[in-house]
Design a protein around this ligand. Structure first.
Ligand code: FPP
Length: 257
């Protein structure tokens, strides 16, 4: 386990880390608190993780903040999450900007409450030229919707003569997705112990390394993040081929914490 405040130097920092932040409700219930308090505590974990990723020079961090399915939750919980988003952007925007972090939102955020749309657009506009790290928030996001949106946009390009059916391949199709300008995630972290993808980046995680922990999101610290990266860096990524030259002859198993 990494020591507090230590920012280790890794040989192999993932370029893109994606996280399914789960377990806010369980964290709260265990403490006899309302679920919304779990989300509030989860907001603090977001801050820790963004800071740690920026310190070790991760190029892209993507957090699953609100899925297209999360609208099925009670209205007061949905409203609370929207208010937290506004609060988070309000509080953190300046510091994120000063750290040269670009904020992006994946998903149909235009159907969120107007105040959320305004905050998102303010954040995107202010940070659009930042280059140190891109921080993507997936909000009102679902991977199947993203893929259908991509197909429609490509189909429109075919109809308008900007694209040709015979030219379509995986690389070209990827250019119609939110990830068009960044690499696929190298590492996907899921907290709170469930072994599923929950409609998150289904196209993009084809060769992503998965790291799942029982730790709930509000409890997730930078030390957990560093452990995940350390385990990731010991994995043998073969992308369907044989052992990578770097790992030839070794059989390193990753461990969870
Ligand atoms: C899953 O926990 C988490 C979410 C649905 C949303 C994640 C939101 C935050 C971390 C709050 C702050 C967000 C922003 C963008 C500032 P859950 O409620 O499904 O937990 P459970 O499975 O234990 O019920």
């Amino acid at each position: 386990m990494y020591q507090k405040d230590e920012a280790p130097s890794f040989d192999n920092v993932p370029r893109h880390i994606a996280i399914i932040m789960d377990g806010n409700g369980r964290w709260a219930s265990k403490r006899l608190l309302p679920r919304t308090m779990g989300h509030r505590e989860g907001m603090k974990a977001i801050k820790r993780v963004v800071k740690a990723c920026s310190e070790i020079k991760v190029k892209a961090l993507t957090l699953y903040a609100f899925s297209t399915e999360n609208w099925r939750r009670p209205k007061n919980e949905v409203n609370y999450l929207m208010d937290l988003l506004i609060e988070f952007l309000n509080r953190e925007l300046q510091e994120l900007h000063e750290n040269n972090i670009k904020i992006n939102v994946w998903g149909d955020y235009h159907s969120l409450p107007p105040k959320c749309v305004d905050e998102i657009e303010r954040a995107r506009h202010l940070t659009q030229h930042n280059e140190a790290m891109v921080f993507n928030l997936a909000i009102n996001y679902g991977s199947r919707t993203e893929i259908v949106r991509g197909v429609k946009r490509w189909g429109q390009d075919v109809l308008d003569g900007r694209a040709n059916i015979d030219d379509l391949d995986e690389h070209m199709f990827s250019s119609y997705l939110y990830t068009h300008d960044i690499p696929d995630p190298d590492l996907l972290i899921r907290t709170a112990g469930e072994f599923r993808l929950s409609n998150f980046l289904l196209w993009q995680v084809a060769y992503t390394e998965l790291w799942i922990t029982d730790v709930t999101w509000p409890e997730f610290t930078r030390e957990h993040l560093f452990q995940a990266i350390s385990d990731y860096s010991k994995r043998d990524r073969r992308f369907g081929g044989l052992n990578s030259p770097k790992r030839e002859g070794k059989n390193v198993k990753s461990k969870n914490i």
